[in-house]
Write a protein that binds this ligand. Structure first.
Ligand code: SF4
Length: 404
């Protein structure tokens, strides 16, 4: 594979210089990786045995777990990263070893063993903490909520965290609007939340400096997802509606890495992006940036894209699926970051949203995910009400249905 894209070339165009690595930082390779994966799988098998007890069930459910994993990753994912004292293979799975990782496995085992048992709880929440944002993104799913007066006080946000922690939530990703607009509250919230729950921050890169990245890490933030929608600065800036946002985003990745966080970049793969053959150059750019994960999102007709012809066609989906399986599994691409593409498993086994995770938008409305506006309740009414219980969440993905 020829490298055609050099990150520094692009930065040079904007008269800036940032040192980059040539492969995902902290990637685990060789015998160390093989042994670690075996230990992880044996631990899953151990939990299968102690939870299910009956030999037939153990075998069936263990096989079902492996099959689900294979459908989610398009095969037996081997890519693994060692950051801090934890191993990561997915930005939506707690690092291993940890109680949070074990709890996730146990919960999934019980769910697979008894899919109709509604006692299993949410494990993941996206929480939009602010309506403020300096960007004007083409695909923004929060478009109708943006830049109005804030819905959540800091005290509301603490109470929201309390509610979901009681639910057993293992990871909270703080988003917005732009969560770094509300930086002081964000740090307090991360410090408060991270005692019990893994915290990540989703940002455009705004206000991410060496100091803010370090403070977030010290407060307990595990990782950052930075939105970068193109490897060409002018295309990214146009997509985001803001000059200079590309350099800001790239710097944010670097600062998060220097602070010791797991890093991911997120891209909305539009028809123009895919038709223009930008996916592989983008993956090369991500590799040179040294991030562990690349999240590729499909455009959806919500927010700023509502009513627009943005849904991908079959050829685009085929291209994404091919890139997803190749980059994650072919030895020639071992130095590329792990690619996350939810459309792959959604079209095969359904969607995790609604049953395992929810999206709390910046008005407090709770949906299955950022891209399916399926409001089932408002969390602000709940936290300000007297002793109201969290409603049964069954706002499953209306497009792909839920995973058993
Ligand atoms: S997508 Fe995110 S960064 Fe872009 S305008 Fe919407 S809230 Fe802001």
């Amino acid at each position: 594979m020829q490298t055609t894209i050099s990150l520094n070339d692009y930065l040079y165009q904007e008269n800036d210089t940032i040192e980059t690595g040539s492969r995902p930082a902290h990637q685990v390779t060789g015998i160390f990786r093989t042994c670690t994966w075996w230990i992880i799988k044996l631990r899953i098998f151990y939990f299968t045995c102690i939870i299910l007890r009956s030999p037939q069930k153990i075998l069936d459910i263990y096989k079902r777990m492996l099959s689900l994993r294979s459908n989610v990753w398009g095969g037996d994912l081997k890519k693994l990263y060692h950051i801090g004292n934890k191993f990561y293979f997915n930005q939506y799975t707690p690092g291993w070893p940890s109680k949070a990782y074990d709890d996730l496995i146990k919960s999934e085992l019980r769910r697979q063993a008894a899919p109709l048992d509604t006692k299993e709880r949410l494990s993941f929440v996206f929480l939009a903490i602010t309506r403020k944002c300096p960007m004007r993104c083409e695909h923004c799913f929060e478009w109708d909520n943006l830049n109005l007066s804030e819905s959540f006080t800091l005290d509301d946000l603490y109470k929201v965290v309390d509610i979901y922690q009681k639910e057993g939530v293992l990871q909270i990703h703080f988003s917005g609007g732009e969560p770094m607009v509300r930086y002081k509250d964000l740090v307090k919230l991360v410090r408060y939340t991270s005692k019990k729950t893994g915290c990540w921050v989703l940002s455009s890169g705004f206000n991410v400096t060496p100091q803010t990245a370090r403070e977030l890490k010290e407060a307990g933030c595990k990782g950052m997802v930075i939105s970068i929608d193109h490897y060409l600065p002018n295309r990214h800036n146009a997509f985001r509606g803001k000059e200079g946002s590309f350099v800001q985003a790239v710097k944010a990745v670097k600062y998060a890495q220097e602070a010791g966080m797991v890093t991911s970049i997120s891209v909305c793969a539009t028809k123009e992006f895919l038709d223009g053959k930008h996916l592989m150059p983008y993956m090369e750019f991500a590799r040179d940036l040294g991030v562990q994960f690349v999240q590729v999102l499909e455009p959806r007709q919500v927010g700023h894209y509502a009513g627009k012809e943005v849904h991908l066609e079959d050829a685009h989906i085929g291209l994404l699926e091919k890139a997803f399986t190749t980059i994650n599994h072919h030895p020639s691409y071992s130095q590329y970051p792990t690619m996350l593409y939810h459309g792959y498993h959604q079209r095969r086994v359904g969607c995790f949203s609604g049953s395992r995770s929810v999206y709390v938008d910046s008005a407090g409305d709770v949906h299955a995910c950022p891209f399916c506006h399926t409001k089932s309740y408002n969390i602000i009414e709940l936290v300000r009400g007297e002793g109201k219980a969290l409603p049964q969440k069954e706002n499953a993905c209306p497009r792909f249905g839920k995973i058993a």
